[in-house]
Design a protein around this ligand. Structure first.
Ligand code: P5A
Length: 446
């Protein structure tokens, strides 16, 4: 993409309404525009990151054996009357009436709708296990939308629903989700710690939230620092192997880690003192097992192996995809702007032309642009007639992990400069060598 043809409305001023870094930076970098409290347009740069996260979520869900689909944002109130949640959900539910006077709502979550789909089409245990998911906009009329996309009213969520014939099967689904979520966050360059939590309006007693440690997080958390040393890395995981998946969950749930809702001071006191940490965290996902809470009142049953009709065991599992954009920035920024992890960056490298209009410099930038594109990478070429300082400031603000600076002085000796956004370190090398280096860096992230 050439910057002269892109739409990147960066702001010079720091927006006064933004209280935390990620919100400020998303506005300044032209990623989002607020349309109403808690409702945002995703401008091209923000949209690109959102799509990258969505793709990672899809890939990891499919890897775990879960099946993608799409449900609508608007739901009939009657489904929620069946489960009893139409009244219970309260003021957070946006209620709408259509021209025929029918009660509808903008879905805050989809347990009822998916249960309705299931009961219409599945009746035998032979069709189980089954996990369906979608990535769709949700609406919760939060009393205090704040921090930009972190606590929006309209937000993008991946929500998955497992259907199993019994408790043991449903617990395997729960564990499978935990492991697939750990992989998902790691690919995004984040460490998200599963913590015992409270289930709220979704229901059930078994639930874990995934928290990214950050001072600006809304949750108070208590944990054994040993958990921050755990990494999945690139281990091969067989998601159908119950014992293997369960062992990984045991690894991650053995060190103490709880939110304030379930904090147990006595158990925490047993953690060696130098490892006892409390801080704040951003909730980027939550998984639930709630058994037959929806299947029983809504009549979602299957015939089990003995021919008995039993209500299906269910859980639901959510990832806050739009919130993650903010969470990643909270964990990766400095005074100059955002620092994208390589796995989620909107463009792989920025090209800065120091002498726009100079035939040789323009030519070198063009060939670099073509070579990077041919290598399967997406460069963002700053081809505007701006001062070098302004171009550098824009690149720093939007946070591409690598910057290639091209100027007449370097070209005299056949070199360009490759700079890491994270370390600030620069290296002079031939353009072909820079392309080869970037290809290698991104090989693990494609
Ligand atoms: C699980 C999927 C559920 O709704 N039903 C379907 C279950 N869980 S949840 O914890 O309430 O939400 C899942 C994740 O969505 C994100 N989230 C939000 N993101 C931005 N703004 C909001 N107002 C908001 N509310 C929830 C969180 O990341 C949460 O973990």
């Amino acid at each position: 993409m050439r910057l002269s043809r892109y739409f990147l409305p960066v702001l010079k001023e720091t927006p006064a309404e933004a209280q935390i870094a990620s919100h400020r930076l998303m506005l300044r970098a032209g990623m989002i525009k607020q349309q109403q409290a808690g409702i945002y347009s995703w401008l091209p740069l923000g949209f690109k990151v959102l799509r990258k996260l969505e793709n990672i979520v899809h890939e990891e869900q499919i890897r775990a054996g879960h099946v993608p689909m799409l449900m609508p944002t608007l739901q009939p109130a009657d489904l929620w009357r069946e489960s009893g949640r139409y009244e219970d959900y309260g003021e957070e539910m946006l209620r709408i009436t259509d021209r025929h006077g029918r009660d509808m709502l903008y879905g805050p979550t989809n347990e009822e709708m998916i249960t309705d789909i299931f009961r219409a089409h599945v009746s035998s245990y032979k069709d189980l296990p089954l996990t369906l998911y979608h990535i769709q906009w949700k609406f919760r009329d939060e009393i205090r939308p704040r921090f930009g996309v972190m606590r929006g009213r309209e937000f993008f969520m991946k929500d998955g629903y497992n259907f199993d014939v019994d408790y043991a099967g449903a617990m395997h689904a729960y564990n499978r989700h935990m492991v697939s979520y750990l992989r998902t966050y790691e690919r995004m360059g984040l460490q998200a710690i599963p913590m015992r939590a409270d289930s709220g309006p979704i229901g059930g007693d078994n639930t874990h939230e995934f928290l990214v440690l950050a001072e600006t997080g809304e949750s108070e958390v208590f944990y054994d620092s040993a958990i921050t040393d755990l990494k999945l890395g690139d281990r091969e995981i067989d998601f159908d192997n119950w014992d293997e998946v369960s062992a990984i969950c045991t690894e991650w749930t053995t060190p103490y880690a709880r939110t304030d809702e379930t904090h147990d001071a006595a158990a925490f006191a047993e953690v060696p003192q130098d490892r006892r940490k409390s801080s704040r965290g951003i909730e980027v996902g939550q998984i639930f097992y709630f058994g037959t809470k929806y299947s029983e009142p809504m009549g979602a049953t299957v015939q089990d192996g003995d021919g008995n009709k039993v209500p299906v065991h269910m859980g639901s599992h959510g990832i806050g995809v739009s919130r993650l954009v903010g969470a990643i920035i909270e964990a990766n920024h400095d005074e100059g702007g955002i620092i994208w992890p390589e796995g989620v960056t909107p463009f792989h490298a920025g090209i800065v032309n120091l002498r726009q209009g100079d035939a040789e410099t323009d030519g070198a930038c063009e060939s670099l642009y073509k070579a990077l594109t041919a290598a399967g990478l997406e460069p963002l070429y700053d081809d505007r007639s701006e001062r070098a300082g302004a171009k550098f400031a824009t690149m720093d603000l939007i946070g591409l992990p690598w910057r290639i600076t091209v100027g007449p002085r370097g070209l005299k000796t056949g070199v360009i400069e490759l700079t890491s956004r994270r370390t600030g370190e620069s290296e002079e090398l031939a353009p072909e060598a820079a392309v080869a280096r970037l290809t290698e860096i991104y090989a693990g992230h494609m």
